[in-house]
Design a protein around this ligand. Sequence first.
Ligand code: ACM
Length: 676
Amino acid sequence: MLGMCLGAHPLSAQRVIPVPLSMEYGVGRFQPSPKTGFYTNVQGDEALALRDCLAPIADFGRQQVRDKMGKNTFALLLCPQSESLPTAESYTLSVTPQQVVVRATSGAGLFYGIQTLLQLADNAEGKIVIPAVEIKDTPRFEYRGIMLDVSRHFFTKEHLKKQIDALSRYKINRLHIHLTDGAGWRIQIDKYPRLTDFAAWRKGVTWRDWCKAKKIYLPEGHPEATGGYYTKDDIREIVEYARRHYMTVIPEIEMPAHTEEVLAAYPQLSCSGEPYKNTDFCVGNEETFTFLENVLTEVMELFPSEYIHVGGDEAGKKGWVTCPKCQKRMQEENLSDVDELQSYLIRRVERFLNSKGRKLLGWDEILEGGLAPNATVMSWRGEEGGIAAATSGHRAIMTPGAFCYFDSYQDAPLTQPDAIGGYLPLEKVYSYDPLPSALTAEQAKLIYGVQANLWAEFISTPEHAEYMLYPRALALAEVAWSAPGRKSWPDFYSRALRAADELKAKGYRTFDLRTEKGSRPESQEPVSHLALGKKVIYHAPYNSGYAAGGEKSLTDGLRGNWTFKDGVWQGFNAPERLDVTIDLEQSRKISEVYADFIQVYAPDIYLPVEVAIAVSDDGESFRELTRLFYTVEPMKAIDFKRFGWQGETSGRFIRFQAKADKKLDGWIFTDEIIVK
Ligand code: ACM
């Protein structure tokens, strides 16, 4: 593999995202002039479209078009497949002082060569300069995706097209749009007009306002109605725009859950038959399948994508247990539980999609109850779903929450606009390797690619969406495209700084890496204190799903980062919440006892309303040191607060209790009880 020669063109070397497979700078540079010619063997409209892509560096008129290669030309050449052009998206780029040549086996490859070229070009005092370079490049993964959630908040087609411009520049080739969810249906379906004249509109501009307004929908045109949807023409425009950027748009139509909006508009599709009651389609009702097939038929007319995403995530399946129609279906089909009932629906929908020449894609819950025979799994609850799919011969796309959920905070939360929680800085996105080491080489071939998801519960403006996307999408692009051996965090970081500046100059609102604060300072160094390593007696259990370090967690010296899911914060949801005694093993002089708590609104984690700290010599009779009361601000998206006592005392046992607000009935999370 050829290395980068940083000496020759230090600035250009810092530019290309994703980093190419090999890149060797030569001597000199190419400078386009009004006499520079253009040659391609691509035919028809595609030739013109590709030529237009070069406009930022060379504005070719008709008179510059040549009928053969020669000196002082840009050439875009379609070539047969070869060792240096192994896939349809591979390209080579050769820049010498005499000419610029991009070679590929398809328009997509030529397009990617052009994107690299555009990033390399320097505009020096109005003159374009391209360093001499030889590049061979090919993607690591075929599927390189970004998902935009347009249900929780509606984003215009112009917003989508603007993101296609930016994302395709970094060789992202799939745009997955989450078109339907409880917060609003976003695509015109002629057979079911209430989906867009009712289910696309709600009370409450923001998702949180809508939650406060009891999640009601309103007819289009109602003075309080807010929302929107894409007409069929809008969709055609988005799909065509994406196609011209060698990007495939994958529609997601959620089923059987995340369908409250459909069930409000067409309550006969729910188990109760009433609006605002159920969250899942009734699988016992044939009309559900008629509806789904009719909707998918209209969707397939608009989207030529190989894949149709059918959601499949987070079904409560509650209504199915008592619904006579669902129970009858289970009996007739010999289904032993509601997981198998979901699987029945997904398999049936898969047969329908396959019969139309399409493939089914779904979130990893479609594995539960048995995976449909030809389905591809999008693994979001960690990598396990993707691994399970690949080991059973199915394709998988990796999108684990810890690395790929761009709705997470990207910096210290209290410095950031509200987000759903989590903590996903650029470096963590960059660190992701979508190929799990558990897979054999053969199974690894089934890892089709990787995707980042921008869920929009907390994202109500296009500016905020861009802020969450960039520059993290650039890190994802490099994860998806570049060979692992070519990746380097410090090198990427400097390229990302520059790319973010370019995006900003083009009118994108990006997160400012230069002001990044980083991890929670407390989480960076273990803390030493009197209770370190001492036994903790739990009078109420921690939740096993959020055990952190188990019984040692609250005295292991480890402090949590900005997310409660980091395996350091311990979670409590038993009625008493936090109630522990720490045994210091001998009586000690004590001057301080405290613990930090985290609040995250979206998953119902709140600060405590009452904290009591007491000390004892014998573990039986306790002296209260303090009892603190606090009024929780329930709508605060995230918060951190220390509750503690300072003074002079002594004792062997410390009891620490933290209670939850009864009305909110949420979780309590803490990371360490510190005794000094
Ligand atoms: C998901 O985040 N529910 C796919």
